[in-house]
Each structure stands twice: as structure tokens, then as C-alpha cells.
Design a protein around this ligand. Structure first.
Ligand code: AP5
Ligand code: ZN
Length: 210
């Protein structure tokens, strides 16, 4: 299964990718996580991406297209993968199609903007392994500590409400047109994302069977 998860920032793409990749036994690939890792290790690519990410803007297409091409060429992607956060612009989707990768399904997780802003303010991420939590909806076993690795939980720089609003604007302008792009290919399935995490997972798995 070659799957794309579309949706606004904070719609729950990463949360769903984590569950569904285990269910299907395929890797989940998040361009956001790859870029944050590059930034943490201080690579040239990470440093180039930093200003865009902190401002809630998209990193230039050529950088993320290069990242995805390299990652999809790895052995563990042979039997399928979940893309979380890529493509995010029409040129990125066109580059993916032109690379010969045939996507099976595109799941769009829909959550209204108002709900996104409140949701993001409660997100906490592990500074060591990147696992994501929520102060209300996905609490770690011990407050402030990652259940997976014991790392410290912090707030992402781009989760400040003003930056979230900018990210939502960028999403509507540059990423939302992808819904039409994939609808024309007959691959788009829309899934409700504002209820419980498990409800969205169930709807997503059902859409994958269709
Ligand atoms: P990225 O890391 O991809 O961020 P994003 O798309 O903005 O998505 P998020 O990770 O914020 O949200 P999500 O949908 O995964 O939600 P999550 O599951 O965490 O990208 C960051 C930046 O990198 C971009 O701004 C850009 O600069 C750059 N970038 C990345 N890819 C790029 C690309 N292709 N091109 C160009 N630039 C790129 O959930 C959010 C919170 O809500 C969590 O706390 C979670 O626990 C909680 N939650 C989830 N589901 C529910 C639910 N059902 N009910 C209650 N709470 C829930
Ligand atoms: Zn961790």
C-alpha cells in the first residue's frame, strides 16, 4: 500500500501515520520529522530549512523533493509506505508522479481551522525521539516525559498560535489544491478528523479497504 495522508497542520496526520504504519507493516515517512532531524544535527539542509519552518512557511520544493526521492529509494519502502506531510504543493505531487511511484490511496483528514488552533496549543513532542503527545488527548504516562524513550517533552517552535495561523493560511493556499489533484486521479478519500483518535483510525482503515 502506497498511501498519502493529507490534511491541515495538526489534523492528526502524524498521529494516524504512527498507528496505521504498525497495522500495515510499512514505514511512515514525515518530511517534517526528517527536516527537524536535519536541523537538530546541524546539516546544511537543516540550516536552510530552519527559517522557513520557524515562520510556518513551506521549505522550497527542490529540497523536500530531494529528501523524498532518497527516502523512497531505501529498501524498507519496497512494499509500500505512508507519506505524512508530502506532497504539499502541486509541483511536489507532479514530481512524485513523474518519478514513477504509483500512489494507491490519498486520505484527507478534515478538521475545522478553529479546532486546529486549540489542538496545537496542547501538543508536546519528545525532543529526543520526536514522539507526539497532547496535554489533554494523548497524555504521557509521566507528565513531561516521553513514554517511548524517557526524553523531555517540549512545545514545537511553530506551534505558537500566530505561527499556527500562518501555517493554516499556507495550507489553504498551497496544499488544499491537492485534494482536487487527487480527486481527478480517483484516489481521494475524505475522513472526519475531529472526533477521537481511534474514530479517525477506524475511518481511515475502512477507506483503505474500499
Ligand atoms: P510537519 O511536521 O509536517 O507539520 P504539519 O503538517 O504542519 O503537521 P503537524 O505535524 O503539525 O500535524 P499533524 O497533522 O501531523 O498532527 P499530529 O498528529 O501531530 O511540517 C512542519 C514544517 O516543515 C512545515 O511547516 C514546513 O515548513 C516544513 N515541511 C514539511 N513537509 C514539507 C513539504 N512537503 N514541503 C515543504 N515544506 C515542508 O496532531 C496534532 C496534535 O493533536 C497532537 O498533539 C495530537 O496528539 C493531537 N491529536 C491528533 N489527533 C487528535 C484527535 N483526533 N483528537 C484530539 N487530539 C488529537
Ligand atoms: Zn521520546
Amino acid at each position: 500500500m502506497k498511501l498519502i495522508l493529507l490534511g491541515a497542520p495538526g489534523a492528526g496526520k502524524g498521529t494516524q501515520a504512527e498507528v496505521i504504519c504498525k497495522h500495515l507493516g510499512i514505514p511512515a515517512i514525515s518530511t517534517g520529522n526528517i527536516l527537524r532531524e536535519a536541523l537538530k544535527s546541524g546539516t546544511e539542509m537543516g540550516l536552510k530549512a530552519k527559517a522557513f519552518m520557524d515562520a510556518g512557511q513551506l521549505v522550497p520544493d527542490e529540497i523536500v523533493i530531494g529528501i523524498i526521492k532518497d527516502r523512497l529509494a531505501e529498501e524498507d519502502c519496497k512494499n509500500g509506505f505512508i507519506l505524512d506531510g508530502f506532497p504539499r504543493t502541486i509541483p511536489q505531487a507532479e514530481a512524485l508522479d513523474a518519478s514513477g511511484v504509483v500512489i494507491d490511496r490519498v486520505i484527507d483528514i478534515e478538521v475545522p481551522d478553529e479546532k486546529i488552533v486549540t489542538r496545537m496549543s496542547g501538543r508536546r513532542v519528545c525532543e529526543k525521539c520526536g514522539s507526539s503527545y497532547h496535554l489533554l488527548y494523548k497524555k504521557p504516562a509521566v507528565e513531561g516525559v516521553c513514554t517511548n524513550c524517557g526524553g523531555t517533552l517540549v512545545q514545537r517552535k511553530d506551534d505558537h498560535p500566530d505561527t499556527v495561523k500562518d501555517r493554516l493560511r499556507v495550507y489553504h493556499e498551497q496544499t488544499e489544491p491537492l485534494k482536487e489533484y487527487y480527486e481527478k486521479q480517483g484516489k481521494l478519500h475524505i475522513v472526519e478528523g475531529q472526533e477521537e483518535v481511534a474514530d479517525t483510525t477506524a475511518l481511515t482503515l475502512k477507506a483503505l479497504e474500499a
